[in-house]
Design a protein around this ligand. Structure first.
Ligand code: GLN
Length: 272
């Protein structure tokens, strides 16, 4: 059992809390506690120096104004970038993802500097705001297998993000917009930093990602006793194949008839 308490820092929840991404911190702590790893959430409020000594920092989504304010504060504080270079992990969603890049579009439409933790630039997307379900197929490097490689969430953003040469996408878009790049990329992964456009909260819908973040800090993890993948598996199916229209869902499902990603189906799936 780990001696010290694992500290999960929820950064600026009052600015970056519009989409319920605080849930990611709750999931990380709960999945640690279920394994008898002592863990706690620390809230890092805006207007105060950023909490030092965190193991995993979480940034959530928010509107353009609060996003710009959070970026300004975190840049002048400097502690987040130092924590990451010192070995802490970072999970950043949407506005949080955009602000850890080199630059993003501010509320006035002008380019604003980000924290430069990731080699990535975010611009205003050309078309309508991306709003809806988002599913992607996770990169192999993540080391998660079969069904867990399909990641799902919902997206709601105007910005599109272009990754620099040294940053790998978290996955390839199967449904939705994601980064809005030519190569259908979703999110980013670099060292112990993960960025994504998935709300949900993403770590509740994709527990394999939560365990990946935890394993970077505490090492290999035991499976959680009694945990079943059925619920998140059904959710993945409904995001991929649609709900409500049984014929369309069945037709799309036949494209995946060999279930290449290890999808399982059970009675009672929404839309059946
Ligand atoms: N304000 C950003 C955008 O619209 C991020 C939105 C979000 O966090 N969902 O692109």
């Amino acid at each position: 059992m780990r001696e010290s308490v694992l500290r999960v820092v929820a950064v600026h929840p009052e600015l970056l809390g519009t989409y319920g991404d605080f849930g990611n911190a709750i999931v990380l702590v709960q999945r640690a506690l279920w394994r008898d790893i002592p863990a706690e959430i620390v809230e890092a409020k805006s207007g105060e120096p950023l909490v030092r000594g965190g193991d995993i920092y979480c940034l959530g989504g928010g509107e353009d104004g609060p996003q710009a304010r959070s970026a300004l504060e975190l840049r002048s504080d400097g502690a987040l970038a130092s924590a990451i270079s010192g070995g802490a992990a970072l999970f950043a969603v949407c506005a949080g993802f955009q602000l850890i890049g080199e630059s993003f579009t501010g509320p006035d439409g002008k380019r604003q500097q980000g924290l430069a933790i990731l080699d990535m630039r975010t611009r205003r997307g050309p078309g309508l705001r991306a709003v809806g379900e988002l599913a992607s197929f996770a990169s192999e490097d993540l080391g998660v297998d079969s069904m867990s490689r399909i990641l799902t969430g919902f997206e709601n953003h105007a910005g599109h993000s272009d990754l620099g040469a040294g940053v790998a996408p978290l996955g390839k878009v199967l449904r939705g917009v994601g980064n809005g790049s030519q190569a259908s990329e979703e999110g980013a992964i670099s060292g112990r930093v993960i960025g994504t456009y998935m709300h949900g909260p993403a770590l509740a819908r994709n527990p394999a990602l939560a365990d990946l973040l935890l394993s970077w800090i505490v090492g290999p993890l035991d499976p959680i006793e009694g945990e079943i993948e059925e619920e998140t598996g059904s959710l993945r199916e409904s995001v991929l194949f649609g709900v409500g229209d049984r014929r369309r869902a069945r037709r799309r499902r036949s494209l995946f008839s060999k279930r290449p990603f290890g999808l399982r189906r059970r009675s009672g799936v929404a839309g059946e």
